[in-house]
Design a protein around this ligand. Structure first.
Ligand code: NDP
Length: 322
């Protein structure tokens, strides 16, 4: 089968097409014929070496397809089942593996490519607003990169809860998408410092929570945008990792709370995984959650997909199609 692997870390050019054997499922795993793989920012961290791995490595943990082979000890799954995962192995390939406990069945009403598009970014948006900082109606949140893959879903969920959403975006086209998703206010954070604007928009108080996926470039401003005892949820590093910081900063900024969550810790039990995936599939099937697929790249062009994501060109989901 064809798979994208990297043999050393570096820029997008290290992603290359290799012809390798189909992986055989080990006990507790299933093999899937992949229909679509979701591109996620974490794969750029894997590729660049920010998050170290043993090499060679096939990236891609989010994909959907049909079950093609089943390892020993797996129950409740049959060959031909339509399934998806956020925590699979080797998704940039024609066939990939899923640990059975990380698999969800995709309802007939949801297309497999939409399932691939929503598993990782959708469940991330879900845990951020329902579990990390359980957002309430009437509260105000600040969402950075609001027209990104996670961003557009996060804005919709926050709006649906009844919170006021202040969004930051990098272009006018992205502003329009954020507004359509439910943002009440939009700030162009590349053109003006966003924290003073957030103070203005909240009559000096600051927001209850900041959902920050940008990292290094927005760190200071996010700290300055919070109300006393608000929460900074730092969940990504699109602009680079946040530098080491003293806990005293948190007291100086108003006894604020800081957390740095990862999806894996919020879908660790079958109950939590099923809760989040079922909510998302139900809302998609009912037309209550819009998943914007920005573009689809053939498997062989995975490097171009990385370039587009890192170049801030994309708005919403990018899919890789084997
Ligand atoms: P996005 O689609 O959001 O793409 C990244 C966006 O970040 C860009 O489009 C851009 O939007 C913005 N951005 C700001 N500064 C930069 C920069 N210097 N370089 C590149 N982009 C920049 O990606 P994803 O939705 O896949 O991921 C968003 C973030 O969420 C990532 O940091 C990712 O690691 C994180 N994440 C964390 C998870 C967790 O559980 N902790 C799970 C899933 C994702 P604009 O042009 O509007 O500025």
């Amino acid at each position: 089968m064809r798979a994208i692997r990297f043999h050393e870390t570096g820029g997008p050019e290290v992603l290359r097409v290799d012809e390798i054997d189909r992986p055989d499922p080990e006990p507790g795993q299933v093999r899937v014929k992949v229909v679509a793989t979701g591109l996620n920012y974490i794969e750029t961290y894997h590729r660049s070496g920010l998050y170290p791995l043993s090499l060679p490595y096939i990236p891609g943990s989010e994909f959907a397809g049909t079950v093609d082979a089943i390892g020993a000890g797996v129950n409740g799954v049959a060959v031909g089942d339509r399934v998806a995962t956020a925590a699979g192995l080797g998704g940039y390939a024609e066939y990939a593996l899923i640990p059975a406990e990380k698999l969800v069945h995709v309802p007939a009403a949801v297309d497999l490519d939409l399932a691939a598009a929503v598993m990782l970014q959708g469940m991330t948006a879900h845990y951020l607003v329902f579990s990390t900082y359980p957002l309430k109606a009437g509260e105000t949140c600040l969402i950075h990169a609001a027209a990104g893959g996670v961003g557009l879903l996060l804005v919709q969920l926050a709006h649906r809860i009844g919170a006021r959403v202040i969004a930051t975006v990098g272009s006018a086209a992205k502003a329009e998408l954020a507004r359509t998703a439910g943002a009440d206010e939009v700030i162009f954070y590349r053109e003006e410092p966003f924290a003073p604007r957030v103070r203005e928009l909240t009559a000096g108080r600051g927001v209850d929570v900041v959902y920050d996926s940008v990292g290094k470039d927005t760190w200071e401003g996010s700290l300055d945008s919070l109300r006393p005892r608000g929460m900074l949820v730092s969940f990504g590093n699109a602009s680079g990792a946040v530098p080491p910081t003293s806990p005293l900063v948190l007291s100086a900024k108003g006894s604020i709370f800081l957390t740095r969550p990862m999806l894996w810790h919020y879908i660790a039990t079958p109950e939590e995984l099923a809760w989040r995936a079922t909510d998302l599939f139900t809302w998609i099937a009912q037309g209550e959650l819009q998943v914007r697929v920005d573009r689809r790249f053939p498997l062989a062009d995975a490097a171009d997909a990385h370039r587009a994501l890192e170049g801030r060109e994309t708005a919403g989901k990018v899919l890789i199609i084997p």
